[in-house]
Design a protein around this ligand. Structure first.
Ligand code: NOJ
Length: 703
């Protein structure tokens, strides 16, 4: 459909069919780009054009010169349409922040937004204008390696973070030189991959798709995200890359999205493997018709679309619409006015001290204290501490998945970082070998074991069938624990692991995720009490791998907990509950919840729900106060609890504060039995809670 954007229409009117198709074509610069293709206007976007992924190693200008060279070639083309340079800037560029799942654990969208601002500033200094982030896939199965890249299992937390990250990356105007075009991915339902096997097919009911899996995407679209990426997944028999229902009906029709959609890597061509398309030309037709505007590196659009239009198999209007959307985003990104990057920026903008400080704060806030028997942490009254485990000298291993621009050299090795943080008078002993650790243990006051998964075990297609620690680690822990000294287990991981045995053996357990380049310093501050860990679990921790999928916002079933124990829904060999629930996390102090108050027992438009939270322990601390609701009777069954809001607060020892939430009617809407979205009258339970299994419960009615 022609637009009211004269610049776009006038350009379109001048374009040949080949030039139009060229705009829909993204190429991988690393594989080498024929300059003639650029000069002919046959490339709309380049991927990995700058930085180490070009195969050229790190460059001090962050890659800007290389991008500029390629841009110059593209601007030699007849119509001088600039290239859009894309790249995976997932949790930081040079300054690497915690993995997205760790970021989610901070329950702090403001901090996520600040980190995104830094990522955008650094990446644009490197000549990049488009990032394939945020990753917004709800994940209910931690076997799936990509759980590391997203915000966990909850739609509300995911939606809040989506909005914050999009705002951080794009700013008020994505044309500002230090802002990026964001790309919400992977649209949609990717986390349903059966068995947690990446790229596997998935099935999802429409209400769950809409109420759970789409919520973060809708939020990103409302926040003005410029682009979306279609997922690899075959959802309900229709691969997302050819899914018109998702890409056109919902995304554009219902939500009014006017940016463009890019395929995932070669996912257009993969429609042939899915058995949906007979050949590449057929695949390109299906994807374009569904609403995929740009073909990521597969070349199927470039090779086949012009021919298909000429053969009458593809309406020219479909190509034109896709071109319009891409040109629109290029205009919004300011590329026509500012196609080049000043190479001098990198020296100013990469790895600024404030960025490092932010990364350190984020790492501290993301760490979740799972156990702290006898207040072992923070370590006090210790003279000698043994530190061991596979992460002892970690540097780049602290980054986690997707950090092509992070440099291990920027990281203070973990052992050194701990030494820097240890107070005077505390001697740290390090052991590289298990037998050495056992030899030293009797002579120390406490042992800190740095364990978990190497980053290669999480992320894209890094799935596991066993959620236990990697081989050998549990044995070391058991052997050390058997010697009777207090043990602190620190876990670095890209997913929730099954730690039932390990948690029983260690007196304190701290979950650090992959904390980014300041992870070592942050850990040191937390271990020695210069700061407290601030995180809460953004995902449920299972007791055994066989217990997944397990998530807090499940349905009740006809035989829930509390029914006749012989018949309730459970495994014969497991306690029917998570090991650690969603929202859980301890502090270096304790909190008490009291005096729940509702502004009425009937919700008309809105209701205020509040409770007093008291820091009942000896130290200052951060609590994440959570508001949950249960819609007791619905035209379709409703989850046993749904997070509706949260507030983080810092309380001094003995301090009490009343925390007030405002619940609006709209927050209770869901996809009803007739397929419409709205609220239904009836009784609701409400909790103000420290996590998804506790809290003070109240009740109200929706008339
Ligand atoms: C494939 C991944 O699924 C996607 O997340 C990523 O952005 C692209 N490759 C580009 O690297």
């Amino acid at each position: 459909m022609p637009t009211s954007e004269p610049r776009i229409e006038s350009l379109l009117a001048q374009m040949t069919l080949e030039e139009k198709v060229g705009q829909l074509n993204q190429m991988n610069a690393r594989a080498g780009v024929d300059p003639d293709l650029l000069r002919a206007g046959h490339v709309g976007s380049l991927f990995n054009a700058s930085g180490p992924l070009t195969g050229q190693g790190f460059s001090d200008s962050g890659g800007a010169e290389l991008a500029n060279q390629l841009q110059r070639l593209a601007l030699e083309a007849r119509l001088k349409i600039p290239l859009l340079f894309g790249r995976d800037v997932i949790h930081g560029f040079r300054t690497v922040f915690p993995i997205p799942l760790g970021q989610a654990a901070a329950f702090d969208p403001g901090l996520a937004q600040e980190a995104a601002v830094v990522a955008a500033r650094e990446a644009t200094a490197g000549g990049i204008k488009w990032t394939f982030a945020p990753m917004l896939d709800i994940a209910r199965d931690p076997r799936w390696g990509r759980i590391a890249e997203g915000n966990g299992e909850d739609p509300l937390l995911g939606a809040r973070l989506a909005e914050a990250i999009v705002r951080g990356l794009q700013g008020q105007r994505m044309s500002d030189p230090d802002k990026l075009v964001a790309c919400a991915k992977h649209f949609a339902g990717y986390g349903t991959a059966e068995g947690g096997r990446d790229y596997e097919s998935g099935e999802l009911s429409d209400p769950t798709l809409r109420d759970v899996y789409l919520a973060p995407f809708e939020s990103a679209v409302r926040a003005g995200v410029g682009t979306l990426m279609a997922a690899f997944v075959d959802l309900n028999g229709m691969p997302a890359t050819a899914n018109r229902y998702l890409l056109s009906d919902i995304l554009r029709g219902e939500w009014g999205f006017d940016g463009f959609v890019v395929s995932d890597w070669e996912s257009v061509g993969e429609l042939v493997h899915h058995g949906l398309a007979a050949d590449a030309a057929h695949a390109a037709r299906l994807a374009l018709h569904a609403g995929v505007d740009m073909d990521m590196v597969a070349g199927t659009y470039l090779d086949t679309l012009a021919g298909s239009v000429r053969a009458g198999l593809v309406p020219l209007a479909e190509v034109d619409d896709a071109v319009r959307r891409i040109l629109r985003i290029k205009h919004r990104a300011g590329l026509f006015e500012n196609p080049f990057t000043d190479p001098a920026r990198a020296a100013r903008d990469l790895l600024a001290p404030q960025a490092r400080e932010l990364a350190r704060r984020f790492a501290r806030e993301s760490m979740v204290l799972l156990k702290n028997e006898a207040d072992l942490l923070p370590l006090r009254d210790v003279r000698r501490v043994l530190v061991a485990g596979p992460f002892l000298h970690a540097r780049g291993e602290l980054f986690g998945t997707w950090t092509p621009d992070g440099r291990a050299d920027d990281v203070v090795p973990l052992d050194q970082a701990l030494r820097q943080a240890a107070p005077g008078g505390v001697a740290l002993w390090f052991a590289d070998y298990a037998d050495q650790a056992l030899h030293m243990t009797p002579a120390v006051d406490a042992v800190v074991l740095l364990m978990g998964e190497h980053p290669v075990r999480s992320g894209e297609n890094c799935n596991v069938s066993d959620l236990g620690l990697p081989p050998g680690q549990a044995e070391l822990l058991l052997a050390v624990a058997a010697l009777g000294k207090p043990v602190v287990l620190v876990v670095f991981a890209g997913r929730p692991l099954v730690l039932t045995r390990e948690v029983a053996q260690a007196q304190a357990v701290l979950y650090a995720w992959h904390p980014g380049l300041e992870g070592g310093a942050a850990l040191g501050e937390v271990l020695f009490g210069l700061a407290a860990p601030g995180g809460r679990l953004p995902v449920t921790f299972p007791r055994a791998t066989g217990q997944v999928p397990i998530y807090y916002n499940h349905k009740s079933s006809g035989r829930p907990i509390g029914s006749d124990p012989r018949f309730l829904t459970r495994y014969n060999d497991l306690i029917p509950a998570p090991f650690f629930p969603f929202g859980y996390g301890l502090a270096y102090t304790t909190f008490a919840y009291d005096n729940l108050r509702l502004s009425g027992d009937v919700l008309r438009g809105r209701l205020e729900i509040s409770a007093e939270v008291t820091n009942s322990g000896p130290r200052a601390g951060r609590e994440v106060v959570q508001l949950y609701v249960r819609d007791v009777v619905g035209s379709l069954t409703r989850p046993v609890r749904e997070l509706k809001d949260f507030q983080a607060l810092e309380l001094g020892p003995g301090e009490t504060r009343r925390v007030t939430f405002v619940l609006e009617e709209e927050q209770l809407a869901f996809t009803r039995a007739d397929g419409t979205r709205g609220v239904e009258p009836g009784t609701f339970h409400v909790w103000v809670a420290p996590h998804s299994q506790g809290g003070l419960r109240g009740e109200f009615v929706m008339p």
